[in-house]
Design a protein around this ligand. Structure first.
Ligand code: HEC
Length: 146
């Protein structure tokens, strides 16, 4: 009887350990903000966000170091401004006219429409764009120099 309890406990502990290892792995595999950043932003802003991406030399204005945004703003990340710059709706960016920074709101809407072609527009396009931008903001928050 006693050995049964010990065996059951061991199996239970084993299961918990396995599932938490799997969970940790999943967490790592789905760092969506990081993935989004590496896919769409690193070419200009650099993989580390410090503004040294390979596209830099083709830009009129160098891509800013995104890891210093909080520091330059009194320690607070300017979330609203960042959201608007990324989304691209009517924000006065200094290099306006032809903007070097792509308008991600539009890019994402086109991208989602292509990925979800089967859905035939039956999804909340604005919410998907918002979700992708919020994941980016959360990631940029994590790479801030404090
Ligand atoms: C083609 C190059 C390029 C790509 C790709 C790019 N950016 Fe930018 N980004 C810039 C430039 C250049 C600026 C400076 C403003 C301007 O000139 O348009 C900028 C500005 C910004 C700013 C404003 C910084 C500030 O000082 O307020 C944020 C935030 C930002 N980018 C985030 C992103 C994110 C997130 C992505 C990916 C979804 C991205 N950028 C992709 C070139 C790029």
């Amino acid at each position: 009887m006693k050995t049964n309890i010990v065996k059951t406990t061991l199996v239970a502990v084993g299961l918990v350990l396995c599932s938490s290892a799997l969970f940790a792995q999943q967490q790592k595999a789905t760092d969506m903000g990081k993935r989004e950043f590496e896919n769409n932003c690193a070419s200009c802003h650099g993989v580390d966000g410090k503004g040294n991406g390979p596209m830099g030399e083709f830009l009129r204005r160098s891509a800013p170091d995104l890891t210093l945004l909080a520091k330059k703003n009194g320690g607070v990340l300017p979330m609203g401004r960042m959201y608007e710059v990324i989304e691209g709706a009517g924000v006065a960016v200094p290099s306006h006219g032809v903007r070097d920074m792509p308008v991600w709101g539009r890019e994402y809407r086109i991208d989602d429409a292509q990925n979800l072609i089967e859905a035939r527009g039956n999804y909340d396009a604005a919410a998907l764009v918002r979700g992708r931008i919020l994941m980016l903001l959360e990631y940029i928050n994590r790479i801030q120099v404090r």
